[in-house]
Design a protein around this ligand. Sequence first.
Ligand code: CP
Length: 309
Amino acid sequence: MNNLSVPHLLGIRDLTLMDIETVFKTADSFKEVINRPIKKVPSLRDITLANVFFENSTRTRLSFELAAKRLSADMVNFSASNSSVKKGETLIDSVNNILAMKVDMVVLRHASPGAALFLSQHTSAKIINAGDGTHEHPTQALLDAFSIREKLGSLKGKKVAIIGDILHSRVALSNIYCLQKLGAEVMVCGPSTLIPKHVHLLKVHVSHNLREALLWCDVANMLRIQLERQEAEYFPSLRDYTLHFGLNRALMDSLQKEILVMHPGPINRGVEITSEVAEGPNSIILNQVENGVAIRMAVIYLLASDIER
Ligand code: CP
């Protein structure tokens, strides 16, 4: 067994508090490495990973690729849009063909919830879930919590509001699990149509008022509206959404307190957040991106420790 209680990273729900703390401690050392002039360690020279992406990505795909390279592992990239999936090949056939080329670990992004679990049950590779539909995005939640910890210290007792399209968000669910395991209180905020009906089962506060959420929280994590996953109309117009749930400078100033502002990206500037706030003094959005590489190095490194060489 590796230093985590799980053989794959499928979701935050499966992790213990000790797992999360082990990832953070390991990421602390890797963050130091990636800020050195030579940003590389020879730890995983004998490991090969494949980024297998069935959905678009900028941050997650590049961050995993850089993380693997900083660990001296080999990394290949598979993108469904220009692969033999277009000729009818299944997910399992694609992955088994990649594994036949002696790949040890697969980083999977897929539109179907449970796709990463399915692969872990039907192939021999180590699987890291890089986002499965509306279900989980575990490395995003780890890097988000790591970024809050870096700015505010312990997460214990901190109040984090997750604001926007909670219904279609894998980032929201993974963040709720991760923040609660670390002792934070979580509120979800958005129009009632974009809050899942049974969200109270997750023991989160719920608000449909942005100002109320901002006055309550220490950290606001702004999510984008996932238009690509919406099969119905959930609000009258984007303009109306922005009027009620968009974060702007005037609203920030009116709070008369300091909060951290986060966003997992990609940002829809002028919809859920203005450029002024995204680039303002309270924003830690680019810190999140930087920390993503250290967190993913830690996850790859820890999971690789029980790969037979
Ligand atoms: N945050 C995130 O998952 O971004 P990408 O879709 O660009 O990977």
